[in-house]
Design a protein around this ligand. Sequence first.
Ligand code: SF4
Length: 234
Amino acid sequence: MQTADRAARVLELLRLRYPTRDTHLVARNAWELLVATVLAAQCTDVRVNQVTPGLFRRWPGPAELARATQEELEEVIRSTGFYHNKATNLLGAARRVTEAHGGEVPRTMAELVQLPGVARKTANVVLWGAYGINEGIAVDTHVKRISFRMGFTESTDPVRIERDLMALFPRDAWGDVNHMLVWFGRHVCDARAPRCGECEMIEVCPRHGVGEKPGAAARAPAKAPAKSRRGGKP
Ligand code: SF4
């Protein structure tokens, strides 16, 4: 089967498994999604979702956060790790959004990546998650790992991986692809112990870099955990 055909089948199977667009990070608008995504670097979504409600109660938007001190913000986000850099970036982003964009998170990749702490991955998450704009495919650790295992890329460079994936999947699916692969990486294609014996992708997945192919008897499709279908966190 050609790579493009395998990609089409993978997209079909992912949509069967994840029929809804339940998000990983809790956010009510573009600013909250941007802040949550910055905080999620090297941190679990569960932890971020514990921290952000208090943060947004104290500083509801970029204008309020822009007036916070470095020390105040560091104290609130400390448990997410790398809090000094994250605080510096978030304060910088809050000031720029307030001063250069009238308090509204910009809607273009070019403007977003000018914000401190916002690279292409975060910008893709915000554009799709907040505005429904498919500008690219956010490549995080799950997308990177699964794309390689599935034979969709030979690269380890996120920019090249994104380019390879954009060539394989239709544009209107780019946001979904990131979103679904993140869930899939957590539920099935685990970094250390991929559940190939229960994976519905087994017939189209070359399993690059993974061990021996599991026996046919163990190939029944795995069901998505009930929680994920309802939008619960993993
Ligand atoms: S068959 Fe294995 S390596 Fe391939 S997607 Fe499924 S769990 Fe991942």
